[in-house]
Design a protein around this ligand. Structure first.
Ligand code: SF4
Length: 266
């Protein structure tokens, strides 16, 4: 966990879970796995990607961060992995509920389990209005399966991370509030074509959905830079006013859209 990160669309990472298993082609060159291998003689992610570890000692970290920030939940794992008990997810959600000064961003390749969890929350507890829900889509096959499920999750902001983008995508963006696109990085990075990125940007423009271009990718995440058609694309979403606790929309406006961010008209 870190209160600083180089991931462009967030401010901090929080990893109460580490370890995962691969589910789709986007996992082929998993960053968490690469880090595990790099530090195999000792490091925070041993004993390996396939071993799920629940870190109770990390649960309280966001409470110590007094300055509001965007927090990427489980950048090195998947909170909704089938081996993470819902009882532990409950504890993660309790911490998030206790920290409404932050904006939490959960990204999963298992939206079906995220939806199942949201349905277990029941009427006495609602999905917190400062917790965004996202899913990764790397090709059309997974877009067609994951996006409709994400659309059912009652989060104030639902987002797609099209990274690593491996193929062109035709997206139904109804009920989707934000799209991030990025190319793969690392020694075995698979190429991303510019026309795929431009086409997704056009789909976002037509749908009025903020578009964030994270990186071209390449040998390193910075290798190709972030410029698309001569500019940066850093749009971030507003919360939809239909969230369960509308009162916190002012928080979202104040804390999740920072000065200098490009904000798409919606
Ligand atoms: S879901 Fe994410 S963390 Fe898990 S194996 Fe795939 S890329 Fe790695």
């Amino acid at each position: 966990m870190s209160d600083k990160t180089t991931i462009e669309w967030t401010d901090a990472t929080w990893n109460p879970v580490t370890g995962c298993t691969k589910v789709s082609p986007g996992c082929a060159h998993c960053y968490a796995e690469a880090i595990t291998l790099r530090f195999r003689r000792g490091g925070p992610y041993l004993p390996g990607l396939a071993t799920i570890r629940l870190h109770e000692d990390r649960l309280g970290q966001p409470r110590k961060w007094t300055e509001p920030r965007r927090v990427f939940v489980n950048s090195m794992s998947d909170l909704f992995h089938e081996h993470v008990p819902f009882e532990f997810v409950d504890r993660v959600f309790q911490v998030m509920a206790d920290c409404p000064h932050h904006c939490f961003q959960i990204l999963t390749k298992r939206p079906e389990r995220m939806l199942e969890y949201s349905q277990r929350l029941g009427v006495s507890r609602t999905w917190p209005n400062h917790v965004w829900a996202g899913t990764s889509v790397e090709n059309q096959y997974w877009a067609d399966r994951r996006v409709p499920i994400l659309r059912e999750v009652p989060a104030p902001v639902r987002f797609l991370s099209c990274e690593p983008l491996l193929k062109p995508l035709s997206l139904d963006l109804s009920g989707i509030d934000w799209v991030i696109v990025g190319g793969e990085s690392g020694p075995k990075a698979r190429p991303m074509r510019g026309e795929w990125v431009a086409d997704i940007r056009h789909q976002c423009e037509r749908a009025g959905v903020p578009f964030f271009f994270k990186q071209w990718g390449g040998r390193t995440c910075k290798a190709g830079g972030r410029i698309l058609d001569g500019k940066l694309w850093n749009a971030m979403p507003f919360a939809r006013p239909s969230g369960a606790t509308v009162a916190q929309d002012s928080f979202l406006l104040a804390s999740c859209v920072r000065e200098g961010d490009e904000v798409a008209a919606t």
